[in-house]
Write a new protein. Structure first.
Length: 113
C-alpha cells in the first residue's frame, strides 16, 4: 500500500440518484443520513442519523404515554406523515446539493448531467 502524498488517488464522484435512493430507503427504516455518509459527508450524515434516532425514540415514547389518554391515537397519523416526509426531504436536499456542486465543477459548455 502506497501512502505517498505525491501520488494522490482520485475519488470518483458518487451518483446523485444512488445517493438519493440510499438516503430515502435508509430514512424509511430509521437510518437517516446513510446517503450523506455514502457521498463522503460523514459528519453531516452521522449528525442526521443521531438526531433522527433520538427524535424517533422520543416521539414513540410520548405517543405511547399519550395513548393512555387517547391523545396519542391522534398523534399516530402525524408521526406517520413525519416518518415519510423527512426522508423524502432529506434525500431531495442531498440530490439537489450534489447536482449543484456538479454543475459548479463541470467545465463550461458541458451539458452531460
Amino acid at each position: 500500500m502506497d501512502n505517498n502524498p505525491t501520488n494522490p488517488t482520485t475519488v470518483t464522484p458518487k451518483d446523485p440518484d444512488t445517493a438519493f435512493i440510499i438516503e430515502l430507503v435508509g430514512g424509511f427504516f430509521g437510518l437517516l443520513g446513510l446517503g450523506y455518509m455514502y457521498v463522503g459527508r460523514t459528519e453531516e450524515g452521522i449528525m442526521r442519523l443521531l438526531i433522527w434516532l433520538v427524535y424517533d425514540i422520543i416521539a414513540y415514547v410520548v405517543i405511547m404515554i399519550l395513548i393512555s389518554i387517547f391523545i396519542g391515537c391522534l398523534l399516530i397519523p402525524v408521526q406517520l406523515v413525519i416518518q415519510v416526509a423527512v426522508p423524502i426531504w432529506s434525500a431531495s436536499n442531498l440530490k439537489k446539493s450534489m447536482l449543484a456542486a456538479k454543475a459548479v465543477n463541470s467545465p463550461p459548455g458541458d451539458e452531460s448531467k
